[in-house]
Design a protein around this ligand. Structure first.
Ligand SMILES: [Zn+2]
Length: 304
């Protein structure tokens, strides 16, 4: 690492490709206010190196850090009907979709992939909070069904990373229908005897918490994640009482029996490898013998 690779190259890249390198080379931590260099932050999976605050991470970046060698192949998700209610608020729904697709480079708020983690093949699905607040619409429902069907077909465990502001209001009742749809999809996994592990990330709320995000055989959360159905402000206004410190945060929910583990993002891969090996009846991992994640290999992702 020197001045040229750290400073000059990102600047040149930003002229040619806007999406790859953030315009601003520094990000301020929302929690402690430390200015973090973009490379240092992405190397640490968007976790503040100063205070450990977990910032949001895209599904693609997460999968690169999760799978062996950062290699995964995407699972195709059936396209739902576009704008079934012809919904319009300040903007038309298709316009909002287009803007979100342009800014994230993704089709919708969930990415499904297959790959190996510590040499155990799995299916993984991750929700994208940067895509319209990770909201659950028909596409997310289709993605969960595609993920569950792929897991059943290949007889693999499913790991799901949730992050959502709830259901997608632009799809009205159709978004709420994804709650029973995804619940049935998860039931398919249970009937096939396959492990379903949920990693709850900040924030997981609304209809997502009320369906597939709470149905895991093992429920893990990232530190500090807000996990709730109705948020603390709504509850406070309704019951007119001050809520306890840390209410509905991961650590509070762990203390109150809602979660099994709270695991920092940088330790998640190891933890998932251990749990998956346990649930699939394999011997404990020998760490030196397992492939490294993306950091060392820096392999580009493959797409189908
Ligand atoms: Zn910080």
């Amino acid at each position: 690492m020197n001045w040229i690779t750290n400073y000059v190259r990102p600047r040149i890249n930003s002229i040619f490709s806007r999406r790859e390198v953030p315009e601003n080379l520094w990000t301020k931590c929302d929690d402690c206010g430390t200015m973090l260099f973009h490379r240092e932050l992405s190397d640490n999976q968007n976790v503040c190196t100063s205070c450990g605050h977990h910032m949001s991470i895209t599904p693609r970046a997460r999968f690169k850090a999760l799978f062996d060698g950062g290699i995964f192949s995407e699972v195709a998700v059936p396209e739902p009907m576009a704008d079934p209610l012809q919904f319009r608020d300040q903007k038309k729904y298709p316009e909002r979709m287009k803007a979100a697709q342009k800014s994230t480079g993704e089709r919708d708020a969930m990415l499904v992939a297959t790959g190996e983690i510590g040499r155990t093949p799995i299916v993984a699905a991750a929700q994208d909070f940067s895509f319209m607040g990770g909201s659950m619409g028909m596409y997310v429902g289709n993605a969960i069904i595609a993920a569950a069907e792929e897991a059943v077909k290949l007889k693999r465990p499913l790991v799901l990373f949730s992050a959502a502001g709830g259901a997608r209001m632009q799809e009205g009742i159709l978004s709420l229908m994804q709650m029973p749809r995804s619940t049935v999809a998860i039931q398919m996994l249970k009937e096939a005897g396959l492990p379903y592990i949920v990693v709850l990330t900040h924030p997981t709320t609304g209809g997502v918490t009320a369906s597939y995000a709470m149905l895991g055989d093992v429920q893990i959360a990232e530190p500090g994640a807000l996990i709730c159905f109705a948020g603390p402000r709504v509850i406070e206004q309704t019951i007119r009482e001050k809520l306890p410190e840390g209410f509905q945060r991961a650590e509070y929910l762990l203390d109150h029996g809602m979660l099994d583990r709270v695991t920092p993002r940088t330790k998640l891969r190891e933890e998932l490898i251990t749990i998956i090996r346990m649930l699939t009846g394999q011997t404990p991992a020998v760490w030196g013998d397992l492939p490294a994640p993306e950091a060392a290999a820096a392999t580009p992702t493959s797409a189908t």
